[in-house]
Design a protein around this ligand. Sequence first.
Ligand code: F6R
Length: 236
Amino acid sequence: MRIIKAKDYEDLSLKAANIIAAQITLKPQSVLGLATGSTPVGAYAHLVELCKKGELDFSEITSVNLDEYVGLKGDHPQSYRYFMNEHLFNHVNIDVSKTNVPCGTAADVDAECSRYDNLITSLGGIDLQLLGLGLDGHIGFNEPASYFAKGTHRVELDKSTLEANSRFFTSIDEVPKSAVTMGIGSIMQAKKVLLIVSGANKKSILEKTLYGEITPEVPASILQLHPDLTVIEAVD
Ligand code: F6R
């Protein structure tokens, strides 16, 4: 595990963008695993800038996002598909047909989960998976549980996650109660993982993640076993 201490959020964002840009440059046909949430916003902005300057080419990239709320269509402003369009896809030369986000409105959620797993397998797995860290230690929407879920699955969101995400909705009652998320297995099979963590409120869960017991109660703690994990943190 490599731990990079960033000076602040801006520094973290630039460092994360540089690592993702290096991945794209070294392997233009990369499969990128992408995350939403507040943390990657700055990194995405830097990637957009590099692409606009003609220094980065997304034309051969395929992306697979970690998760999506159940019940939200892609054009809902709080859906993760909408987030990705707004923060990245609409502003870079990625082929939108090669961008993938689980479908939150699939009539058969289990079938959608299998489709997503098969898709990741058919792409040959993920080259670089970008992750944020939830206050309860979740990655994707893999919430604390009694076991590590392997594949894509539906999950009921924890109270702390609903509260944290209510900042994007008018009220907590509007936050969808469940989501479809890539499993811990798919995340762990990514060739490289880049975990970005920002904010003093994440300091304690980051410590548990990196140095605590490896337990499904802290889902991100399994990353300690990943052979190519880079952590960029700005939590002091
Ligand atoms: C989002 C995701 C979540 C977030 C996590 C941290 O796609 O997978 O695990 O990374 O909730 O969110 P922020 O960055 O908003 O603190």
